[in-house]
Design a protein around this ligand. Structure first.
Ligand SMILES: [Zn+2]
Length: 707
């Protein structure tokens, strides 16, 4: 899946904990306005205004747009909008719209928790209410974790690791070792097959365990200290906890070594290895998967995709070589860690001190009402979303979006036709793929049924576990069934968008279809610079270094002729090298500044460049049809200039140094500055619009172009 932007919620959670468990909440009565101490804080929700599409005051006119366009378009905004204490980044568009959507969501959840008007409202109101009840969380202490702790304490030998992991997974407790789910077959997208992949880490990436620099060494030291503190809080003696933390670090480091890099995971051929069930079992003889399949109640199957075979070989070795006490420590830690944000204040605070403050630079915890709103959206998104879109997504918005998408499709068609380096045969294939892209706008045509999910007002941890089981059952039930192209991977209030290569579809949740992305009260230039570029970005994903390996049916099949593929790779190499030269995070002490990983971010950068060009073409068409000139001025700026300013101002963003360093290693998207400057410098129309001279930073003598 290719997202427009990394969701902020993903930043603070370990990657391994994300794949399955959709929920991670806290607790308290549905009264965020009742001033009383809670496990987090109880800052009062206040209404958030709509954002203006275009902000002349954000512009810093002391900067030359041809030298640093991002600074020109956003400079004053950046100066006046530091990162709020409860955030790790603050973006003019994404964060503010996100805050506004979350407030509107909270209004709905709070009302449902107090006075539900339907069974659905009762269900999500209770989920939210249980999350807000921090008094009860304190009262229960670690009691909800006792069954898992007892199981873990009963582990006797290496042969029982599989049984233990299977039981934990079966009950919705955190099970870190690997991810197992059902996905479309990469080479036959009409089939849904079982897939297993690497997991098992707590830090955000394998590099955190393996890279030898002073900054990451210090993080590792602090991580071991954090694990020790958490286990001490859970009742282990400091000596025992220190021993356990060392064991956790040893196992996780071994798993990190066996893990593929994020860059390699982007290559679909490298993560496609079909195994017979018996052969997969032979790869890891020390782990009896039949116990696991039984625990998760998956229907029998004959083959599966083992994305990362080397990881499973190492896992097998570790199961027999690591002492049984180390495995106990590992599972005990992950049980605590996976639920830390939903435990009493002492655990919450210690978790925040390391994962929030140290790793991401967040000064204060996210207020409880925000956490619980987000968590309820994650667990019951299509239940909450049904009511949310009725209130906040007018049908007229969908019609306008249909027209915009059609305009962008035409641009990409025109672009393919005129591409100088591509042969006719490949152009034909590209046009076929373009014609097959499915558009999904706003929210699902049919909603998911949550009636099987039991929610109890007084049982936060139970709700989280049952939700994890419910999600897993829902996913595993897809095995062997026909693909349902109407399903969504994002909830309606989400401020993001995505392209799914196996579905060959572009998806725009209602949450992003509002100002400053989308606003038909403003001139088309600003709109095309906003949502137009977003649409173009998602479409281009179908044709980036990864997406281009799939055909229109979503099957991994090279439809380019060998010479076109060679030319294409030269073009994408140019983009990868260009972005590898940009700085992603500042130096820290003895650790030098972090350069962008141009290979990890190649797909996103290609999509950004394509999006900017395609939306500009669509704007030209639209203005021509209206008999208007792109050089006509509004508020002192030509339509062309307003297009680029509208685009840049979508990306105005401050972030903490800590999160910048984290994202440099983990985020496939470039930092905001390069999403703007990296793209405009590759597009001559920008230099023309602002009268730049060839050779200036934003109009370099040579530039890169794929689409
Ligand atoms: Zn993207």
């Amino acid at each position: 899946m290719n997202y427009l932007r990394l969701a902020p919620v993903l930043i603070l959670a370990a990657a391994s904990a994300l794949a399955q468990a959709p929920a991670t909440p806290p607790a308290g009565p549905a009264k965020p306005d009742a001033a009383k101490p809670t496990a987090v804080d109880n800052s009062k929700p206040t209404p958030k205004p709509a954002i203006h599409s275009f902000d002349l005051a954000a512009i810093d006119k002391t900067v030359d747009p041809c030298t640093d366009f991002y600074q020109y378009a956003c400079g004053n905004w950046l100066k006046n909008n530091p990162v709020p204490a409860d955030q790790v980044m603050w973006a003019r568009s994404f964060s503010q719209v996100d805050e506004r959507n979350r407030y509107l969501l909270w209004e709905e959840l709070d009302a449902a928790a107090r006075n539900p008007q339907s069974p659905l409202q009762k269900q999500y109101g209770d989920f939210f209410g249980a999350c807000m009840n921090t008094d009860l969380v304190e009262q229960k202490g670690l009691k909800p974790l006792e069954p898992a702790f007892q199981r873990i304490a009963g582990l006797k030998n290496a042969q029982e690791v599989a049984a233990l992991a299977s039981e934990l997974e079966g009950e919705g407790s955190p099970m870190p070792l690997f991810d197992f789910d059902v996905e479309q077959d990469e080479k036959d997208s009409s089939k849904q097959i079982a897939t297993v992949s690497q997991a098992g880490l707590s830090l955000p990436d394998r590099d955190y365990y393996l890279v030898d620099n002073p900054h990451l060494k210090e993080i590792r030291r602090q991580y071991v200290e954090h694990v020790t503190k958490m286990l001490t809080l859970a009742g282990d003696s400091p000596e025992q906890a220190a021993k356990e933390a060392a064991a956790v670090m040893e196992i996780e480091t071994a798993l990190a070594k066996a893990s593929m890099t994020r860059t390699d995971l982007r290559d679909p051929e490298k993560i496609y290895h079909i195994y017979a069930v018996a052969d997969f079992q032979k790869l890891t003889p020390g782990f009896d998967y039949s116990l696991y399949y039984k625990a998760v109640k998956v229907r029998p199957f004959e083959t599966l995709n083992v994305q990362t075979p080397d990881f499973f070989k190492t896992l097998n070795e570790l199961i027999s070589t690591e002492p049984v006490d180390s495995w106990k420590a590992y599972f005990r830690w992950h049980t605590l860690h996976g639920l830390a944000r939903n435990l009493p204040k002492a655990f919450f605070d210690e978790n925040f001190a390391f994962f929030g403050k140290t790793l991401a630079g967040q000064k204060e915890p996210t207020p409880r009402w925000k956490q619980c709103s987000r968590m309820t959206d994650q667990a019951l998104g299509e239940a909450v979303g049904q009511d949310w879109v009725k209130l906040h997504f007018p049908p007229a918005a969908k019609n306008s979006m249909d027209q915009l998408v059609a305009a962008l499709e035409k641009s990409l068609g025109d672009d393919i036709k005129t591409l100088p380096w591509m042969t006719e045969a490949t152009k034909k294939e590209a046009e076929i793929k373009l014609g097959m892209i499915r558009n999904k706008i706003g929210y699902p045509e049919k909603w998911r049924d949550y009636s099987g999910l039991k929610v109890e007002r007084g049982d936060l941890i139970g709700n989280i576990e049952r939700s994890a089981v419910f999600e897993r059952n829902w996913n595993l039930d897809h095995l062997g069934k026909p693909v349902d192209e109407k399903e969504w991977e994002m909830t309606p209030p989400t401020v993001n968008a995505y392209y799914n290569p196996s579905m060959n579809d572009i998806n725009f949740p209602a949450g992003i279809l509002q100002p400053p992305f989308f606003d038909f009260t403003i001139d088309p230039a600003v709109n095309f610079g906003g949502i137009g570029v977003v649409i173009g970005h998602e479409m281009t994903h179908g044709f980036d270094d990864e997406g281009s390996q799939y055909d229109g049916h979503g099957n991994l099949r090279d439809w380019q002729t060998p010479e076109d593929r060679k030319a294409f790779t030269e073009k994408t190499d140019c983009v990868a090298d260009e972005y590898s030269g940009f700085e992603a995070a500042p130096a820290k002490g003895d650790t030098p500044a972090q350069k962008l990983n141009g290979r990890l971010s190649l797909g996103e950068n290609t999509a950004d460049n394509g999006g900017l060009r395609l939306a500009y073409m669509a704007l030209e068409d639209t203005l021509a049809a209206q008999g208007k000139s792109i050089d006509a001025k509004i508020d002192g700026y030509t339509e062309a200039q307003r297009y680029f300013l509208g685009f840049a101002q979508v990306w105005c963003e401050n972030q903490t140094d800590e999160v910048a360093r984290q994202l440099a290693l983990t985020d496939p998207h470039s930092p905001a500055r390069w999403r703007v400057n990296g793209t405009v410098r590759n597009f001559d129309q920008f230099g023309k619009a602002f009268g730049c001279a060839k050779g200036q930073p934003m109009l370099p003598a040579t530039s890169c172009r794929v689409w």
